[in-house]
Each structure stands twice: as structure tokens, then as C-alpha cells.
Design a protein around this ligand. Sequence first.
Ligand SMILES: O=P(O)(O)OC[C@H]1O[C@](O)(CO)[C@@H](O)[C@@H]1O
Length: 490
Amino acid sequence: MTAAGLDVDVSSQGTSPALTQATQALLEARHFEAMRSQLLEGGHINVTEDRAAWHTALRAPDPIEEVALERARMTEFVRQADSERKWRNIVHIGIGGSDWGVRLAVNAFGYAGSWRNVHFVANIDGHAIQGGLAGIDPHDTLVVMASKSFSTAETLQNGQRAVEWLRAAGIQDPYSHVVAVTARPEAAKKWGVSGKHIFKLWDWVGGRFSVWSAVSLTTALAVNLDVVAGMQAGAAAMDLHFSQAPIQENAPVQIAMSGLVNRSVLGYGSLNIAPYDFRLAELVPYIQQLEMESLGKSVDLAGNPVGVPTGPTVWGMPGTDAQHTFFQWLHQGSDGSPVDFIVCRQADHGWPEHHRSLIANCLAQREALLKGKSYDQALQDLLDAGMERDRAEWLAHHKTHVGGRPSNLIVLPRLSPYSLGALLALYEHKVFVQGLVWGINAFDQWGVEYGKVLAKGIVGELDGTRAQDPNHDASTAHWVSLLGSGEDNV
Ligand SMILES: O=P(O)(O)OC[C@H]1O[C@](O)(CO)[C@@H](O)[C@@H]1O
């Protein structure tokens, strides 16, 4: 199957005419075509938050006026900064969807070096901002605060530290070194950022889908504007494929449906992402957030239990490192996991032997997982190698691989912004289809919100501004008392 220039091989997934029929029936029962139109046309499909999930509008080749306007403002900002050779250092402060996509793009395309240094600061752990600000000249530093809500504790606290650092360096107006990307421009203004330094995103863009917005300002500054435009173009091509390709050739639909079978029928609890490309290390957490924040739900739209297992754990690491870390478990562990192998046909370095080895490893792992090795075959190999029968009969048990483990193989022509954009959109639409079939809302994240509220309460208890909540469980109450020793712990 080809989609937006990507080859998507699903032949290592289980298939049968009955399954094809069931797929069709499930999609019809869920009004797939109508819901897909809703998604692509900005209907309010995020029902629990009563808003659209219209990220596709951000990458449309011919965008709506307000999107076009923000694109133009961002372009102008970057051109101006480049023409003045301004901002040698960028400190990108944001977390989750306001971070992973930018990290991914900068690592994928800025790996060979750029004249700007980029530091990412996401974690609330003070060591993160300490490291992020270390060794750079504040006078030539731009702080990019990316936060859709402009209320995320991590981002606001880290931003505050950055402003203090700028001020401590004698910069009279530290906010002249700060830009914000947010759907709450008023909150950013109140915080101190000037209106001309605020780039807008919209309520109808979920945080984990915001890489297509001015959140990618850092990518444009760190690498160039073409990366952002190229990713948008590739994603738009995938949108077109998703909207037009027949079900049997529709790549997002096909990988969604095999994923559903793997999870809800075959009972696999996880999905392993194996990019055979060193530059795509950040793809793993990116897809992890996209899938797990979207599909980590257990009730349907009516509020009833879904009744079957939903979104799997997503995990992984680039190959070949992964092979020396956890692939043993994939090959012979008792659970196993479906794997998405991702590889580029062409590399961008000058060493063909490296790329051949990389591809060989990718194909070999996939084949081993699929074909496995029977006991008889393992035994024969040992006998052929001259082993004495008794020992061979015993050892062959250890060398047996069950096989039949499902995988996808996604081949990019090369790692271009276009192909990366198409790849990310492939996963986005897959997630949409799975959410639809499971009957869950793939666009909210109430679990994360609940954790944020509890953390806020505990911060007050730790710093003594709030009495301890009598409803804490005994263990939490113990640790709040013990660790809430004020200034002693820093
Ligand atoms: O962009 P914001 O509003 O700071 O939120 C950051 C992240 O927090 C979350 O709400 C939860 O992790 C994500 O969806 C979002 O990308």
C-alpha cells in the first residue's frame, strides 16, 4: 500500500476474508465516512470538551484566513531574525504536545548542526531549566514558551526562571526575549509577553496535534522554515489519502484495524515502535503521547464501559539499539508485542555499508518475529553443526521461536520533512479510526487533568500554604508530612 509517498506493508498482520468483512461492518456501524468528514471539516467531534479536533486545518495547502495569517506572522518573525542573525540560542519551554513534535523535528533535521543552539526544557524538575540555561549567553537568547493553555505548571515555572535569568544578566526588558505560542493570548499578555510576540493557536487544536501550528517556530528558527512547510505538505498529502483512498488501500484505516485486532481480539497489551533511523529517536515518545493520551480511555461516548481492551502501551527505541536492549523479549518472551518497523530507503550520509546493515537488521528482525523457528528446525541446525543428539534435543527448546508475531513495515523514501509529516499524520488518522471503532473520545485527556489538580493541592501542602487533605490515603499523607519540610529539600 502506498500513501503520501510512504510504503506501508501490512502483510505481516493476520488477514482473512472474514476479517475484511468484519472491518467493513465495524466501520459502517460507526458511520466512518460521516465521522471522517466531521474530523476533516472541523465538526465538534471532541464531545466531552465540545470542540473540534481540526488539526488538519493547520496544514491545509489553502488554509482558512486566521491560519494563513499566523503562518505569515511566524514566517516574517523567522525571516527577520535570520536576516539580522539574531538569537544564537533558543530555549524552547513547553511540555507534552508543546514539546515532543518540535524535539522530533529538530533532532530529525537539525542533527547535522545549525548556527543556533537549541535547548529544550519541559520537566518541572529544576535540574531541567538549570541545564537548559547553562553555558549560553542570555543577551542572544530567545525563550519560546509553547503552551496551548498557558496554565501548565511546568511551562510557567520554567518560564519564570528563564525571565529571572535574563533579568539577572542585566537585560532591562526580559520579555523582549520571550515569545509565546498559545491559545490563551490574554494569559500570555498578563504574564508579560508583548502582543507582537504572541503566536496564536486555537482551542480546536489538541495539544498533541499542535506540531502543525506556530509551536514549530523553534523548528523554523533551529533548522529552517522549509522543514515546517515540508512537514505540513506531507501531512496534508496523508490527509488527502485518508479522505479518498478506498478502505482496503487506506493506510491509516488498515493499520488501525490490524491494531484493533491485535489489541482487542488477540490480546496484545502493547505496541512497539521501532524506527530504524537514529534521527527518529523522539518519534517514540511522540507516538507514545499521541496514542496513549488519545486511546487511554475505558468508557465509550455514552459513558459505558467499552467492554474490550482499548489503547495499548506504546513503547520503543530506535533499532539497532533496541535489538540489544529488549528485542530478546519480543522474540522469545511469553507476551510479545506487535512492532511497527520504520525505515528509510535512502540515507543522508555517505556510507552505503552502514545503511545496508541498518536495513538488513530491520528486515531480519521482522522476519524472525514473523517466521519464528520451530523446534525441529532448531534441532536440525544443531545436529548439522555436529552436536551430540542428547544435548541438541535439550538445547533446541531454547532456540525455538514461536513466530507469527504481527508487525507493520513502513518505508519512507528518505527522511524528508514531507515524509515525516506524512508519517505523523498516518498515526494521527490511525488513532482517530481506532477511537471511533472503540467508541471512545480520542481527543480529551481527563486523567492527565485529574493528576494536575492533585499535584497542585499537594504543592500547597508541601509549602505550608494549605492544610493537609484529610482524604489522602495513609501512605500519601505520610510522605507529604515527611517531604514537606519547606526549604530543607533544596
Ligand atoms: O500546551 P499546554 O497547555 O501547556 O499543555 C501541555 C500538554 O499537557 C497535556 O494536556 C497533558 O499532557 C497535553 O495534552 C499537552 O500537550
